[in-house]
Write a protein that binds this ligand. Structure first.
Ligand SMILES: [Zn+2]
Ligand SMILES: [Zn+2]
Length: 284
């Protein structure tokens, strides 16, 4: 393998840094402008074997577009360096399988399979990291528009839209139409009728338009592996104790949405060591 000339970007010409809430991509600060495929001309000349040279547009030419797609995706800043190569499977077969599925997702998409993925599992198994990596690949490697949204921040966005006189449909326009959508932390929240209705609207729209949606959730098909919200309960002695309200994903989002999800996603259970312990390298 050819040794990379630029040690900052590994000759990808893109540098990604955490900036505020999001990971932000830009041309590499070290080698900007020096594409070593075309020496900065924008064209690559190929011999057709008959002695004729053909000019082809160099792949570096659409880099600015891909950088824009990456930035528009609004990937959380803590996953700025997430790649498939550095995803820690920690010897867990289910994490290994989840990684393989994530890696293969573009092949499916390319073959016209629009169905998405739903990564289920406990806090800290790397779900958000993995879906952030999928979006990075779609945007930077394949040039496909995508968007990351945590479910609860999406709800806040809709609420603040109301305050500015915007209907939920106008706030949801991008969510409904974006080619690849990630909804992180599905099922988190108060589970109010309003929240369930919003979720139903998004899922139905994307299902009807055959658009790929990728979810993460702490809820699974079984109560024993679901991680619920911590709630305060009376301890019977006049005090309060914290307890975890365990529900399955189906109980959390109700049967109608659950069966839609089954119809539009492959469900993948991720089980592994809790990366959020003090010695861990990653958060979720
Ligand atoms: Zn560089
Ligand atoms: Zn070039």
């Amino acid at each position: 393998m050819k040794k990379a000339k630029c040690t900052v970007c590994n000759d990808t010409r893109i540098e990604i840094v955490p900036k505020g809430r999001f990971a932000v991509a830009d041309f590499c600060s070290s080698c900007h402008g020096s594409c070593n495929l075309c020496d900065g001309t924008g064209f690559i000349f190929e011999n057709d074997g008959l002695g004729r040279e053909h000019a082809q547009r160099c792949q570096c030419q659409d880099l600015a577009y891909r950088i824009m797609l990456y930035n528009n995706a609004q990937i959380p800043s803590q996953f700025y360096d997430a790649t498939f190569e550095n995803f820690d499977i920690s010897g867990s077969p289910s994490l290994k399988a989840a990684l393989a599925t994530a890696r293969f997702s573009f092949k499916n998409y390319q073959n016209g399979k629009w169905e998405g993925l739903l990564f289920m599992g406990g806090v800290g198994v790397g779900k958000t990291r993995l879906v952030s990596t999928i979006l990075r690949e779609y945007a930077l490697k394949y040039g496909i528009p995508c968007l990351f949204r945590e479910f609860s921040s999406l709800l806040s966005e809709i609420k603040s839209g109301y305050d500015h006189g915007l209907s939920e449909m106008s706030v949801l326009e991008t969510i409904n139409n974006i080619e690849i959508l990630v909804i992180d932390e599905l099922g988190k929240g108060r589970k109010s009728d309003w929240e369930i209705n919003i979720l139903d609207t998004i899922i139905s729209n994307r299902y009807n338009m055959r658009k790929t949606t990728i979810f993460t959730t702490n809820y699974t098909d079984s109560k024993s592996t679901s991680y619920g919200d911590v709630v305060l309960q009376k301890d019977g002695k006049g005090g309060m104790i914290e307890s975890e309200k365990r529900e399955t994903l189906e109980q959390r989002v109700y049967s109608r949405i659950y069966s839609r999800l089954k119809g539009m996603c492959d469900f993948i259970l991720m089980k592994g060591p809790d990366f959020r312990d003090p010695q861990s390298r990653y958060s979720s």
